[in-house]
Ligand binder design. Structure first.
Ligand code: B12
Length: 511
């Protein structure tokens, strides 16, 4: 069959749809993968001209597949409606959003794939080829007139090493750039690939979609966490390194790579050091970081690690149900700091959570001040993603009255927009957001440590809670600054040569 797969991700790495593509190619189908990448200003949708260019490539296809996140769902529905008017061809909607909100997706597409799609897409193509009924295929929701058939999800893949590697045959790929849909070039990956070395996360924190996935697959799996073997990962990395010579590092994006058992990390590091000879990044969580693991990772070439702190101890425990203490964070921070000459550390924090009390934000800031420096502080503002426990709670309790209150149309870096939307603890959330950036002994982001202490003076906090004017004024200026950053600085940066970006990355993180 001739199959077109369309990704609405803003960054064209997207391991999910690329794996679907590989599975289809294994079955002998011809697949073209199209990245309809648009900026992270999610209010922008595709123009007619962009969609017409897409339709041209879709001509003669026997099946079209599309995927989206919650934030790109509007874009995906526009594509589906446009293509449906022009072609009489089945369109299957899959991905994270389809998995979590199939009832939304089925409004646009007649076939929706819930959950892992590899088995379902193979069954679907086989049935279509043989002209057989698709009505009972597991994982699929099928719409016929007013009737919707909702088939259950199948068991998830226990041995993920049986999966093919994600499809990086870029000669069959296209990408939307500045209103033009053109052939994919290696440079579109900007020297980086997001690589997952396993599937699943056992934590299921209330703000994260994993809490939904863990429920969905209950009774349909041997275990939640399914790791690829070190051999499989190295095979994948070497394959990509050979295929894409401009790659300068691997970005391992498992929710928490440090959760892997030490024996596994050791094997991976030994193989990586011997064969890959390239720097890599990964994510870790404070509870599973040990000196032994970090030593091995750094020695194998890990130059950057992202650690989720998320909130104060109370917020983690009572709101996010993330069993992590301040002591865990400080213990991990101390270990990581031992490797500061070789390892850049970025801490992730969630701001702008309307369930927080002022004391929670102050506690979090005080914790950040205690973590050994230098580090990079990434402040992400809370988004209620559909299907997560926190989203359900906020809807139940009336915090989300209309869809835009959920904030998933906002990028979490859009600080003023979040603070103005949530209108809770505005002053303290502004202070926290201003701390974003490189943290050294003397300053946090753009602010000296002494300024933070000044801003956190009890009387000053109370004054600013009562009189919002200075906060609103600061937010206005910040939003102008952020617009310039998004519209001018970021695109300029993107167009700079990779060699500059490599250098800048080092300067930025290796303080
Ligand atoms: C790696 C990652 C990233 C990377 C890479 C993303 C990319 N474009 O490649 C980076 C860091 C860039 C990123 C960014 C963002 N991410 Co992210 N990310 C992830 C992460 C950790 C893994 C995603 C992944 O590759 N999974 C593995 C693959 C195999 O699974 P999958 O994509 O679900 O695909 C399977 C099925 O969905 C299905 N399927 C997928 N596509 C299709 C298509 C068809 C036709 C069919 C039939 C089936 C199908 O089959 C696949 C194989 O089984 C997930 C968390 C998670 N555990 O999934 C969050 C996650 C997907 N991200 C999330 C978000 C919100 C974002 C951002 C929007 C955040 C922001 N800035 O505001 C951005 C924007 C992303 C974008 N628009 O491109 C949310 C999505 C929530 C939601 N409901 O939409 C998640 C779930 C995390 C969370 N917070 O809960 N992300």
């Amino acid at each position: 069959m001739k199959i077109i797969l369309i990704s609405t991700a803003t960054f064209p790495s997207d391991q999910g749809i690329r794996t679907i593509s590989s599975v289809l190619k294994e079955q002998g189908h011809k697949v073209k993968l199209i990245f309809m990448a648009l900026s992270e200003d999610y209010s922008r949708n595709y123009t007619r001209s962009e969609l017409s260019q897409l339709a041209k490539i879709c001509k003669n296809a026997n099946l079209i597949g599309i995927s989206s996140y919650a934030s790109t769902a509007k874009r995906a529905s526009r594509i589906i409606s446009f293509l449906k008017k022009r072609f009489n061809v089945p369109i299957v909607y899959g991905g994270v959003h389809a998995t979590i909100s199939p009832e939304d997706c089925i409004k646009y597409s007649d076939i929706v794939c819930v959950g892992e799609g590899e088995g379902a897409i193979v069954d679907l193509t086989k049935a279509l080829e043989k002209n057989k009924s698709i009505n009972k295929i597991k994982n699929l929701w099928i719409k016929r007139g007013n009737k919707i058939m909702k088939n259950p999800v199948r068991r998830i893949i226990d041995n993920v090493d049986t999966l093919p590697l994600a499809d990086y045959d870029i000669e069959d790929h296209y990408i939307l750039e500045n209103t033009k849909l053109r052939r994919f070039k290696e440079e579109d990956l900007a020297g980086q690939i997001f690589f997952l070395t396993g599937r699943g996360c056992p934590y299921g924190c209330d703000y994260c979609s994993n809490s939904f996935f863990n429920e969905l697959y209950k009774g349909k799996r041997k275990q939640i966490l399914r790791w690829h073997s070190p051999e499989y990962i190295i095979k994948g990395i070497l394959f990509l390194k050979n295929k894409l010579p401009s790659l300068n590092y691997f970005d391992i994006r498992d929710d928490t790579f440090s959760l892997r058992p030490i024996s596994d990390i050791k094997k991976f590091c030994d193989l990586y050091k011997e064969k890959a000879k390239m720097r890599f990044k990964c994510l870790g969580d404070p509870r599973t970081i040990t000196d032994e693991k970090i030593k091995l990772l750094v020695d194998a070439g890990c130059t950057d690690i992202i650690i989720g702190i998320q909130g104060s101890e109370r917020v983690n425990k009572e709101i996010y149900h993330r069993a992590q203490t301040n002591a865990d964070v400080l213990r991990a921070g101390k270990i990581l700091n031992k490797y500061k000459d070789k390892l850049a550390v970025m801490y992730d924090v969630i701001a702008c959570n309307p369930y927080e009390k002022p004391e929670d934000i102050i506690d979090l800031i005080r914790l950040l001040q205690k973590i050994p420096k230098p580090y990079f502080l990434s402040i992400n503002n809370l988004v209620f993603f559909p299907g997560t426990k926190l989203d359900k709670r906020a809807r139940r309790e009336g915090l989300i009255k209309k869809e835009t209150d959920a904030a998933y149309q906002l990028n979490y870096w859009d600080r003023s927009a979040h603070i103005l939307l949530k209108r809770k603890n505005m002053y303290l959330n502004l202070v926290l957001n201003l701390m974003r950036g490189v943290v050294t002994e003397t300053r946090f982001g753009i602010m000296p440590n002494s300024l933070i202490n000044y801003l956190l003076d009890k009387k000053r906090i109370n004054k600013n809670i009562k009189n919002l004017f200075p906060t609103l004024l600061a937010l206005k200026s910040l939003s102008v600054f952020d617009i310039v950053r998004e519209r001018v600085l970021k695109p300029t940066y993107r167009s700079l040569p990779v060699s500059f970006k490599v250098w800048y990355d080092k300067v930025r993180y290796h303080v």
